[in-house]
Ligand binder design. Structure first.
Ligand code: ATP
Ligand code: MG
Length: 498
């Protein structure tokens, strides 16, 4: 009892397992860490309780603990346990083992749009030969996992498969940053920390656990994660520790071995989690403006142009307001300059405007979007946003009536609004569509009459309207429509059918 108490205060002795520093277990009570237990998601709480009741260790882990400690509201909750994925799955009604390279369990609560996933991962063993040896005597490890071990690391040290289970201190040492490697037990309210994450959180330091060079080599995606957390936590004053930051630029080439779709996903996390502008700033500051992923290079290159800057700022605003964001919208903004160029060139060569736009889109898509998952839907959504743009110029007959009924009208309209903000089209055009989308049929007819009498409104050529911009008109506050949505521009660039 006394020994346990002393261990709690001083931490456990360093594990004597070769040259690796697994840190020492420190248990920090609520009176010191100050986490508000009420901020823990009740589904995460349920997962932890269920696992603990079944006799396993279970903790909230990773980014959720970091955010709770910093007083931020975690966007998702991860749980770590010593139960294997199969054991976890057996305890929940709707649980699915996912991933091959890194097997975890998704425990699902609720259905449809409102559903919530708690990710449960089994403590990972330190990855070395000893782990392979240990695994042989571990009855929890299946034959296929043993086979996987033999191929766990490639010639550059990149971890290919990571499904060997181990004790908690090894799991902690496998995580990336010290502030991401803490465990919180919502029952006892103890925070378990092996690598000084709590002190680093206080000092506002992002420090890679272990040797940063080796850790980036093991998983080069950590390079992008370093940028993401530096961006996310920069408003709180966090900085990358110099040893963690220094090798980033020189190790960039390792990303060449990472599958395109993983890079694409990481790029989206940089751009669509509310810190797009800060991420671009970090990429520039850290010398990573080129070379992570071709499409991201384009984003950084164009981040100072009015349109892309407005799109990034708009995305950050929406995420901050907890509105949905779609990759198709942001990417359509980023690649609009290429589409316009290809469109202009074709029209100059006497290709009619609509087929010219189609061709320009095909070309841009092939040149800029790699082999990523969901490519088909992404392409379709981007195409619709772009193809709608010249249709916004046709405010006659039945065109506006059918356009406004399109499932992706809102995305197309938000794109138009953003173009108007940077004087790529007239602000009055966006205002007109705003009013039209909110109006009843009679008022819509009036609006069409009004548009007819306006001069020069029938242009449908490339690049849309004239380049002159009227003095910005004060916008009416958007009235609420019957559905309670406050107008087209606020309704979101994600279609209601998503
Ligand atoms: P966010 O707030 O963006 O969700 P997060 O820290 O929770 O950030 P996740 O990608 O959700 O990040 O991962 C959860 C945890 O898993 C991390 O906090 C970290 O401990 C660990 N982790 C995830 N990816 C890696 C990686 N590539 N290398 C090492 N540890 C990782
Ligand atoms: Mg997370």
């Amino acid at each position: 009892m006394i020994k346990k108490f002393i261990q709690k205060i001083l931490g456990q002795p360093k594990a004597a397992r070769g040259p690796v520093d697994f840190g020492k277990r420190v248990e920090i009570p609520a009176s010191v860490h100050g986490i508000n237990p009420a901020l823990v998601d009740e589904r995460a709480l349920n997962v932890v309780r269920t696992l603990q009741d079944a006799g396993y260790e279970a903790y909230v882990v990773g980014g959720a603990v970091r955010d709770l400690l910093l007083g931020l509201r975690p966007k998702d909750f991860d749980v770590a346990t010593d139960a294997t994925p199969e054991e976890v799955k057996g305890l929940f009604r709707r649980a699915f083992i996912i991933g091959r390279r890194f097997r975890i369990v998704h425990v699902v609560y609720g259905r449809g749009r409102e559903h919530e996933v708690i990710e449960v991962s089994t403590f990972r063993a330190h990855l070395d030969n000893r782990a392979a040896e240990q695994v042989k005597g571990n009855e929890k490890t299946s034959k296929s996992e043993l086979a996987g071990m033999k191929h766990a690391v490639d010639s550059s040290g990149r971890v290919l498969r990571d499904n060997v289970w181990g004790p908690q201190d090894e799991d902690a040492t496998r995580r990336d940053f010290t502030v991401n490697a803490m465990y919180y037990d919502p029952e006892s309210q103890y925070l378990v920390d092996y690598h000084g994450g709590m002190q680093d959180a206080k000092k506002k330091v992002l420090r890679m656990i272990g040797d940063p060079v080796a850790r980036y080599r093991e998983d080069p995606v950590r390079i992008i994660r370093a940028v993401r957390f530096a961006a996310k936590l920069s408003p709180l004053g966090f900085k990358l520790e110099s040893k963690t930051a220094k090798p980033l630029a020189t190790m960039l080439k390792l990303l060449g071995d990472v599958p395109q779709s993983r890079l694409f996903d990481e790029m989206l996390k940089l751009l669509q989690t509310g810190h797009a502008l800060a991420s671009v700033a970090q990429l520039q500051e850290l010398g990573l403006h080129k070379g992570i992923y071709p499409l991201l290079d384009v984003v950084v290159e164009r981040a100072d142009t009015a349109f892309v800057k407005a799109a990034l700022a708009d995305t950050d605003r929406r995420v901050g307001e907890e509105k949905p964001v779609a990759p198709s919208f942001l990417l359509a903004c980023v690649l609009w300059a290429d589409v316009k160029l290809g469109w202009d060139q074709r029209v100059a060569n006497r290709v009619p405007p609509f087929p010219a736009l189609q061709e320009a889109i095909d070309e841009v898509f092939d040149a800029r979007i790699g082999d990523v998952s969901g490519r088909g839907k992404l392409a379709a959504d981007m195409r619709e946003i772009w193809m709608m743009q010249p249709r916004f110029e046709k405010r006659i007959g039945s065109t506006p009536f059918s356009l406004v009924e399109q499932p992706r009208f809102r995305a197309g309209f938000d794109f138009l609004r953003l173009r108007a903000e940077v004087a790529d089209v007239e602000l009055t055009l966006a205002d007109w569509w705003q009013e039209f989308s909110m109006a009843d049929d009679a008022a819509r007819e009036d609006l069409i009459q009004q548009a007819k009498s306006e001069k020069g409104n029938s242009s449908s050529g490339p690049a849309g309207a004239s380049k002159t911009r009227r003095a910005p008109r004060r916008r009416k506050p958007a009235a609420k429509n019957a559905a309670g949505n406050s107008g087209a521009s606020d309704a979101g660039h994600v279609p209601s059918s998503d």
